[in-house]
Design a protein around this ligand. Structure first.
Ligand SMILES: Nc1ncnc2c1ncn2[C@@H]1O[C@H](COP(=O)(O)OP(=O)(O)OP(=O)(O)O)[C@@H](O)[C@H]1O
Length: 292
């Protein structure tokens, strides 16, 4: 993992206003600043409505284009300012730099196109490596899918929810972005499938050395996967820092409340607010790997 140098993404004083009626609007995001270095994994946590999704969409340039949607502040990729940039510049950034995985795969998969074709279309021109079929099978396998030859010939409705979510991960990584923004990528899945998809995401971004922003209302989801977290409340970042430190010594009352509401940070059913041993061990392993 490389985490030195200029941040890949630098967000400063991001503010987003969205229309809520013909004359009313809401400040969905108020003065959010965050940074992601190359190879780094960052979590954004907070309760429903705290502004996580709007922040993620602003970062990927995916908010609706309307004069009533106002994005202010600064979003820089490798120093390049994107607030106010024309749609073409955003297309460029989305084709090379930033990809997104959403919560609801059926909305984002084309229902009448075979899975293999959808993965193929995501691979940027000039970046194919082992021929159309080889590349498609490679990315489907990388996303933890099996029987990929047969799977590539199927349509989205023929797959389970967990498989569709992995296909969405395959499509996102096929773009080989520098940064992947995953917004509640496992919220719609049941607990065991959720853990498997998270492990896949974890291994895939490690394999490709992709930076990750993982957005979730669930601290348990980001705890084991991220290096640093930002805690959002009512459109603001109320606390940020190394994941381990924030979870072990939460300073802001809102973070403390969020942690108290967590029943288990692992799958083994441990009731807490104390951090389970398995998670501490996983942090220690990651720190060791980082140091070596
Ligand atoms: N399309 C929209 N039009 C108007 N207001 C919106 C829209 N999307 C979000 N908002 C408002 O913006 C604020 C932030 O919402 P956002 O979806 O970013 O929160 P969130 O933390 O991601 O919550 P969730 O986990 O429920 O998605 C909320 O007040 C929400 O009501």
């Amino acid at each position: 993992m490389t985490t030195t140098g200029t941040p890949l993404l630098q967000v400063e004083n991001l503010r987003v206003h969205l229309p809520t009626g013909s004359r009313t609007e809401v400040e969905a995001v108020s003065s959010v600043s965050l940074a992601v270095r190359r190879g780094e994994r960052v979590g954004i946590v907070g309760e429903s409505g705290s502004g996580k999704t709007v922040t993620g969409r602003a970062i990927a340039g995916l908010l609706p284009t309307s004069p009533r949607v106002r994005v202010q502040g600064s979003i820089r990729f490798d120093g390049r300012e994107m607030v106010g940039a024309p749609p073409k510049a955003w297309d460029q950034v989305r084709s090379r730099t930033v990809g997104m995985v959403f919560q609801d795969p059926l909305t984002y998969l084309n229902p009448v196109m075979k899975i293999g074709r959808q993965v193929h279309e995501a691979i940027p021109p000039g970046r194919q490596r082992s021929g159309e079929n080889g590349d498609v099978l490679h990315f489907l396998s990388l996303a933890g899918l099996e029987n990929v030859r047969e799977l590539a010939q199927r349509f989205p409705h023929e797959l389970s929810g967990g498989m569709r979510q992995r296909v969405l991960i395959a499509i996102a990584i096929a773009k080989m972005p520098d940064l992947l923004v995953a917004d509640e990528p496992t919220t719609a899945l049941d607990a065991t499938v959720q853990q498997r998809v998270l492990t896949t995401l974890d291994e895939t971004v490690a394999e490709l050395d992709t930076s990750l922003i993982l957005i979730s209302h669930d601290i348990a989801v980001v705890a084991g996967m991220t290096d640093r977290i930002y805690v959002m409340y009512a459109g603001h970042v109320v606390e940020s820092g190394r994941t381990r430190e924030v979870l072990e010594k939460p300073e802001h009352p809102y973070t403390q409340a969020l942690l108290r509401s967590v029943r288990s940070l692992t799958e083994d059913g441990v009731e807490l607010y104390s951090i389970p041993e398995s998670l501490r061990a996983s942090w220690a392993r990651k720190e060791e790997a980082r140091a070596s």
